[in-house]
Unconditional design. Structure first.
Length: 133
């Protein structure tokens, strides 16, 4: 009986005065954290992206060599009718060989540059991922 009376008294008090509320906290703005070097990292990222696009454009400088192959085949067919075409075909073949060599060299340099750029970009990304937001 005492427990019921005590429970009734407590519940009456709670209803009369209410349940304590969480106090209002004034809104506070958290200032942005200035991380030294972030502007520099952003600039590096932009330059890396530019270099990647430039190396991609290098690959398109030398046209597909299939056109020269087709020309060489046509010249071989015509060579039998005109002996002067033999020297022209030799020039076309020499040009094709030069272009093939240049294309391989550009491809090798571009691939090497791409791998170096990706390494630097990965390092920058890893560094910026570790920074607080």
């Amino acid at each position: 009986m005492k427990a019921i009376m005590l429970l009734a008294l407590i519940s009456g008090t709670v209803m009369a005065f209410g349940v304590p509320d969480v106090p209002d906290v004034p809104e506070t703005e958290i200032p942005d954290i200035d991380i030294p070097g972030m502007e520099l990292l952003d600039e590096v990222q932009v330059k890396l992206d530019g270099l990647v696009s430039e190396t991609d454009s290098l690959r398109t400088l030398i046209p597909d060599l299939a056109v020269l192959d087709e020309l060489s085949v046509k010249l071989e067919e015509l060579r039998d009718t005109d002996p002067e075409l033999e020297s022209l075909q030799a020039e076309v073949d020499a040009l094709r060989d030069e272009l093939a060599g240049a294309r391989e060299e550009i491809q090798a340099i571009s691939d090497n540059l791409d791998s170096e750029l990706e390494s630097v970009k990965a390092t920058v990304d890893q560094f910026t991922a570790g920074l607080p937001d």
